[in-house]
Design a protein around this ligand. Structure first.
Ligand code: CA2
Length: 142
């Protein structure tokens, strides 16, 4: 199946700061990890720091992708626009977070995207992306 992996703002800076939270590996390492664990799927990787650009990318996925894995980063907690875009395209979606947002500050504990996503995987680091791809593959793969 074709899976679109979307990473939101500041995830391009992985590895630069806050290694205790987000690990020491950089965004390139995350991309290599996802590509190496794509479980036979065709995976496209996308990262943006801009809400509207992420909305455009989700809209362009309509009829072009079978699944979406998204770490909306800070937009998780603020973006009704990303939630609405996911609802509009109706593509099976798994939400991923490197950290366990349920154990962090109160403002990180609410996710708009989780109101649409079939599953939320949190606190598993890079492995969360593989688990999301595995979930989509087992449920929707041929
Ligand atoms: O745990 C996650 O994956 C998050 O989505 C990461 C976001 C955060 O806003 C969410 O609440 C939880 C932050 C992503 C990038 O943050 C960096 C901060 C400093 C250096 C590099 C990346």
């Amino acid at each position: 199946m074709k899976i679109l992996v979307i990473n939101g703002p500041n995830l391009n800076l992985l590895g630069l700061r806050e290694p205790d939270l987000y690990g020491k590996q950089d965004y390139k390492a995350l991309c290599e990890f996802i590509n190496a664990n794509s479980l036979g799927n065709e995976v496209e990787l996308f990262q943006s720091n801009h809400e509207g650009v992420i909305v455009d990318k989700i809209q362009s996925a309509y009829k072009n992708f079978d699944g979406i894995v998204i770490n909306p980063a800070a937009y998780t907690h603020t973006s009704v626009a990303i939630l609405d875009a996911l609802k509009a395209v109706g593509i099976p979606t798994v939400e991923v977070h490197l950290t366990d947002i349920a154990q962090r500050e109160a403002f990180r504990q609410h996710s708009f995207v989780s109101l649409y996503a079939e599953k939320q995987i949190k606190g598993k680091g890079f492995d969360g992306y593989t688990q999301a791809i595995q979930y989509l593959t087992e449920k929707y793969g041929k």
